[in-house]
Design a protein around this ligand. Structure first.
Ligand SMILES: [Zn+2]
Ligand SMILES: [Zn+2]
Length: 467
């Protein structure tokens, strides 16, 4: 089998930091395998806390081209791997197997960090081809659906799950199946794996027979200046965002393809969301991993939007990556925090996503942690996420069902701050209160421990004035 190796070398300058380089190479007829290796000078890790060196991300596009939002995506591995292989039937995690179509491909280098002294890079591409070989394989296509769980209803109306975690298809250390099993062991009812910038983990999940929980398709679109999660579609969403317009267009692309989108960890070192004016996402991840890790900043980000009258749901996600995080204090595991969603009808991915859109979500610090259900209105039919007409007498009767909350403080808040507070002593309590709401845009509930750390959190019941 003849193979040819192409070497591409050069130097990036500091001014090119946080841009993308597309290095062209030609794939001949009869190609059966493409292997790409890369190396670069003064390499440092991808943590935003590390500076003074170079971090270069790696990916590849096939002969369908590199047009923004319409490119021939064939995989991405960030700075996790030094090499990848794609053949017609197999690929390195993060990359997509399938037809190796003839024409101009591009290695993608994402210049995440470039040091003042520049970055020398070297990319080696080895293409194996067979004379006369005719591919019978298709190009990779979006995963149309993931296998349904055969866990039988009745599942509770509130389902607990994980919306944000990673596998070895990006920078995690477990296979998708490992993470499915771990999530089930943690007692979760649903799971979205959201690998950075690649949909290859979905292909592996599509082959599972019975996952034992509800699987939701996911990807975390990871740009240089903000991340957003995409749930419920199999499409790859372009991450090569350079300007606010690009970010708005990428979110719009996902939404138009039917996704639910979530602004990930808008807090220092999240990394933060640097596109303040881009707000087209459907919800905000106010709680990412252990509460102490600056999640108050994400909560503030959300509350600032609520205070303008915007009605946008809060969600949580652990951002679990690696097994050693299970042993950390506090641990980061699937379900820390847990997003509890209130589903109506058969429990499946569509029902979970519908509940998220409606804001019917209550967050808890872990799967068996404290849980709050906020209710108000006629026959207490409205829950967090719903909209109520503000009562004429300005008094709103509220009920909070508190489970496993003893020793913590329940607070009811509006955009001005705390309107009601009570220390809870019982393992299960139903707290009722009359709250003056003539000035309130919404009422939401929080549970915090004596140190002030969040233990549980509801979405707001929003209040409308009479027309
Ligand atoms: Zn992220
Ligand atoms: Zn993440």
């Amino acid at each position: 089998m003849p193979a040819q190796t192409i070497t591409l070398e050069g130097t990036f300058r500091l001014e090119q930091e946080k841009t993308y380089a597309h290095l062209p190479f030609d794939v001949p007829d009869g190609a059966t395998q493409i292997e790409v290796r890369y190396a670069y000078s003064n390499r440092i890790g991808s943590s935003p806390l590390l500076t003074g060196g170079n971090t270069i991300d790696l990916g590849v596009f096939d002969a369908r081209g590199i047009e923004f939002l319409n490119a021939g995506f064939r995989g991405w591995s960030g700075s996790e791997r030094d090499s990848f292989v794609i053949s017609e039937t197999a690929a390195t995690p993060g990359y997509l197997a399938g037809a190796l179509i003839r024409g101009r491909w591009h290695v993608l280098l994402g210049l995440y960090k470039v040091a003042a002294g520049g970055c020398d890079y070297r990319v080696e591409i080895t293409i194996t081809a067979e004379t006369g070989h005719q591919s019978t394989h298709d190009l990779p296509a979006p995963v149309a659906s993931l296998p349904a769980s055969r866990v039988e209803p009745p599942l509770a109306a509130w389902l607990g799950g994980e919306l944000h975690c990673h596998t070895w298809h990006s920078d995690g250390d477990g296979s998708p199946i490992d993470v499915v099993n771990l999530a089930r062991e943690c007692g979760l009812d649903f799971l979205a794996i959201s690998d950075h910038n690649t949909i290859s983990s979905q292909l592996e999940l599509a082959g599972l027979r019975d996952p034992g929980l509800i699987l939701i398709r996911g990807v975390e679109v990871t740009t240089f200046k903000g991340h957003f999660n995409v749930w419920g579609i199999g499409d790859w969403v372009d991450f090569r965002v350079q300007r606010p317009d690009d970010m708005a267009a990428a979110i719009r692309f996902a939404v138009e393809h039917g996704a639910v989108t979530s602004c990930s960890h808008p807090k220092p070192f999240g990394p933060p969301w640097d596109y303040e004016d881009v707000t087209g996402y459907d919800c905000i991840e106010v709680w990412n991993g252990p509460w102490q890790m600056l999640n108050q900043k994400s909560l503030d980000f959300w509350c600032n939007q609520l205070a303008t009258g915007k009605r946008i749901p809060a969600v949580g996600g652990s951002d679990y990556h690696r097994r050693h995080q299970l042993e950390e204090t506090p641990p980061r595991a699937p379900g820390t925090p847990t997003s509890w969603v209130h589903v109506v009808g058969p429990p499946n991915a569509a029902a979970v996503l519908q509940a998220i859109r409606q804001g019917h979500i209550s967050l808890s610090d872990q799967p068996d942690g404290p849980f709050l259900e906020l209710r108000a209105g006629a026959e207490l039919a409205a829950m967090g996420g719903d909209v109520l007409l503000r009562p004429e007498d300005g008094q709103l009767a509220i009920r909070v069902h508190c489970r496993r909350c003893a020793g913590n403080t329940l607070r009811l808040l509006d955009q001005r701050g705390v309107r009601f507070e009570r220390m809870l002593a019982e393992p299960e309590e139903v707290v009722t209160a009359e709250i003056p709401v003539s000035q309130s845009l919404y009422i939401r509930a929080e549970l915090r421990d004596a140190a002030g750390d969040m233990k549980a959190l509801t979405n707001p019941i929003h209040l409308d004035s009479a027309p």
